[in-house]
Design a protein around this ligand. Structure first.
Ligand SMILES: Cc1ncc(C[n+]2csc(CCOP(=O)(O)OP(=O)(O)O)c2C)c(N)n1
Length: 353
């Protein structure tokens, strides 16, 4: 379904962009979802055993949606992931090692053990460190895209995600309005997981469908099935492709359920059992594996091998990082991170200094 100024009568799946989901992309997306899931399960264990300081917020149940944005962005694009976007981060180049280093406060990580868990990024690579989960990142992505426009750089897309609760904030409104007025090539993905912390949708917004908001901002609206990897890849692929080819901002709204609490300190007991048992509660990782097996794009043997390989890598990485040094307050310069800092840890070897 499409809504908004630029809507075509034929809907998103039939537009000229309509990128088919390829076997290669679907397999890559599934592998990343698996990595994010297994890594986050380990982070939860480390948190409960007192090894992680600060909160741990997981994206369990939202990996299909998250990976679908990260995987369609490329070098030179701008990406601002939020707290449930481990899968998108990994698709954009984040590694198990650097994620573990940030959570465990290793001074060898890209944040040098100084910054908390989900507030990590690599500014020189267009990977924005999160300021807030509640709308602030729409504007920072708009800013990154405006800077590119002023420098005469073309072809880049910006992407960020937001929860349905975040769409009620002034920051979200300001960012979306700016994106619409400036016709920026931004894709904003709304993960409507039905609860903003413990606040249900009927106490959060009064419209029937968040997709109608697209029209108010003069941007293109699209809907994706949030726990269906193939649908997320297809719809978000189309949105990124449309933004890249000059069709302006895209708002993708996806319904789903987070299959954990808001953070690991929250047992999510407020989520009704009936909702968990509904189609919203289907686990996107299990659904994706079933789809790939049915299509013959993955074998049961490969799935089992991938599971073992990733579990081993996560275990080995955690043991290694637990032995790494923490920042030494007497040695630290406490200056803000600069682009140079992130270049030293760049994931692109040729840019390391
Ligand atoms: C100004 C402010 N108020 C409250 C919070 C605490 N907080 C962080 S995320 C969140 C709920 C966000 O809900 P939603 O946008 O639906 O995203 P979700 O957590 O469901 O992914 C709250 C209340 C905050 N970070 N900042």
């Amino acid at each position: 379904m499409t809504l908004g100024k630029a809507s075509d009568s034929d809907g998103p799946r039939a537009t000229k962009h309509s990128p088919e989901v390829t076997r290669e992309n679907a397999r890559r997306a599934y592998r990343i979802m698996l990595e994010a899931r297994i890594l986050e399960e380990k982070l939860a264990v480390l948190y409960r055993s007192g090894k992680i300081v600060g909160g741990v917020f997981l994206g369990r149940g939202q990996e299909a949606l998250s990976v679908s944005l990260g995987i369609h962005l490329r070098r030179g694009d701008v990406y601002a992931p939020l707290i449930r976007d481990q899968a998108g981060r990994m698709a954009f180049g984040d590694t198990i090692l650097d994620t573990m280093r940030t959570y465990l406060g290793s001074s060898l990580g890209s944040m040098r053990g100084r910054d908390g868990n989900i507030h990590r990024g690599r500014p020189s690579e267009g990977y924005h460190a999160m300021i807030s989960h509640l709308g602030a990142m729409v504007s920072t992505v708009c800013g990154g895209l405006m800077a590119k426009r002023f420098r005469g750089e073309t072809g880049a897309v910006g992407g960020t995600c937001i929860g349905e609760g975040g769409t009620s904030t002034g920051s979200f409104h300001e960012g979306m309005n700016l994106a619409g007025v400036e016709k920026l090539p931004i894709v904003v993905v709304v993960a409507n997981n039905q609860f903003s912390y413990s606040t249900p949708n009927d106490r959060q917004f009064a419209c029937n469908d968040l997709l109608v908001r697209a029209e108010g901002y003069g941007v293109r609206g699209r809907r994706a099935v949030g726990n269906d990897l193939m649908d997320c890849l297809s719809v978000i692929g189309e949105a990124v492709s449309a933004a890249r080819s000059g069709e302006g901002p895209q708002l993708v709204v996806a319904d789903l359920l987070r299959l954990v609490g808001h953070g690991e300190h929250d047992d999510a007991s407020y989520i009704p059992a009936a909702m968990k048992e509904s189609s919203l509660g289907g686990d996107c990782l299990d659904l994706a594996r079933t789809t790939l097996l049915e299509k013959g794009w993955l074998t049961g043997e490969e799935a089992a091998d991938w599971q073992k390989i990733v579990e081993k890598e996560v275990e080995e990485t955690s043991s290694k990082v637990l032995r790494e040094p923490s920042p030494d307050p007497s040695e630290e310069d406490w200056n803000a991170f600069s682009c140079l800092d992130s270049q030293q840890n760049s994931r692109y070897p040729e840019e390391r200094q």
